[in-house]
Design a binder for this molecule. Structure first.
Ligand code: SF4
Length: 371
């Protein structure tokens, strides 16, 4: 099988669309929770999913497959979702045959999120939806849809909860509670959160699983003003929440950096500050390079500016306590033209006004864009 995702994985996205995995750029399943009555019936028996399996069954290389966003970047040296699925993330899956078994489930129960990160939008964040006056973009799962999620929980090996902000939606508390009742030995639960607030009921259910089952990743970009501006909330509050998590649980966690035109210049300082501010961090990943919206991408810098910034990042030696995944940072290629400068300036000014903070004062490298 070209990629195990087609036989093992299903993703429920914000807005309730169904996808094969989180790199399914063309939404090839063309379906949504609203159209179906059973997730497992859709996964095992639907003509749509089976037609897709038929379509990919003779492919051998990611570069042959246009529907997958990460496959499209394979020839630039980036890890594909397929490699993550087949070789990195799930080495234990090597023992699996190619039978069709729903083992990997990723769920976004809503786009509820109190942050408004400048590279995000209304589809993922209710705060963005409110700021844009698009209240129709606020999406919750109803009881019928939640029932469909509960039905597949007993058999999965891997659950990933994303958002929005998963700890801001009580439906995720219900999913974790049901999961503990029906599948307490699940291999892995991944939660990707902004770390702003984790309430006590969530702490209690996390404590029921063993730390080895839980992979927590918190998205933090920059520190202080850079963080506050890029994400639209207080860095100090996130630090307090995460240090409280360390007091209340035995969990360690990763920090996930989103690398934008705003956060790349301070990426190395950010790594060092996160290591000193956060007591529970044991790993940092900086491989989420923002390409879209292009006017927020770090590829807006020239190649020599990029090379000057990433040189010290790549040379930095890991500390014994915290490892740093910088894969991808070393492969950032400049867009090499100026036709995004106006869009970048407009976007930056807009968020300077919303945040009441001039980001140029804190990221002086931004004045290089377009020069
Ligand atoms: S925390 Fe996540 S969902 Fe919320 S605004 Fe930021 S990127 Fe979007």
């Amino acid at each position: 099988m070209f990629c195990k995702a087609f036989n093992k994985s299903l993703v429920v996205e914000p807005g309730k669309t169904l996808a094969v995995c989180c790199s399914d750029g063309s939404r090839m399943l063309k379906s949504s929770l609203a159209d179906i009555t059973s997730l497992s019936d859709f996964f095992y028996n639907s003509k749509r999913y089976n037609d897709i399996r038929e379509e990919v069954k003779n492919l051998t290389s990611p570069t042959q497959y246009d529907n997958c966003l990460s496959c499209q970047r394979a020839d630039q040296g980036y890890d594909t979702e397929m490699k993550v699925m087949n070789e990195i993330k799930f080495p234990s899956w090597k023992g699996y045959n190619n039978s069709i078994d729903l083992k990997f489930l990723e769920v976004t129960t809503s786009n509820i999120c109190k942050q408004s990160c400048v590279m995000c939008g209304a589809k993922y964040s209710s705060t963005h939806a409110k700021l844009q006056g698009e209240l129709g973009h606020i999406s919750f799962m109803d009881e019928r849809e939640m029932e469909m999620i509960y039905q597949v929980l007993p058999d999965i090996d891997y659950l990933c909860l994303k958002g929005g902000e998963p700890f801001a939606d009580q439906n995720n508390l219900k999913i974790l509670t049901r999961l503990y009742e029906c599948n307490p030995d699940i291999k892995e639960i991944v939660i990707v959160s902004n770390g702003q607030n984790i309430s006590l009921p969530f702490i209690r259910i996390l404590n029921k699983f063993s730390p080895q089952q839980l992979t927590l990743g918190f998205s933090l970009d920059g520190v202080d003003e850079v963080y506050n501006w890029q994400r639209g909330s207080e860095y100090s509050k996130t630090v307090d929440t995460l240090n409280q998590l360390t007091k209340d649980t035995d969990l360690v966690y990763s920090i996930l950096n989103t690398v934008t035109v705003y956060s790349l210049p301070s990426l190395l300082d950010t790594f060092e500050m996160h290591c000193s501010d956060l007591r529970g961090v044991n790993h940092v990943t900086s491989s989420n390079i923002v390409w879209t919206p292009a006017y927020t991408s770090c590829a807006l810098y020239t190649q020599s500016q990029i090379d000057d910034m990433i040189g010290p990042i790549m040379e930095f030696k890991d500390t014994p306590e915290v490892t740093w995944n910088r894969n991808g940072v070393d492969k950032i290629k400049s867009f090499g033209n100026n036709n995004l400068v106006e869009a970048f300036s407009r976007h930056t000014e807009k968020w300077n006004n919303i945040r009441k903070l001039n980001i140029y004062d804190h990221v002086p490298e931004l004045s290089w864009i377009g020069k």
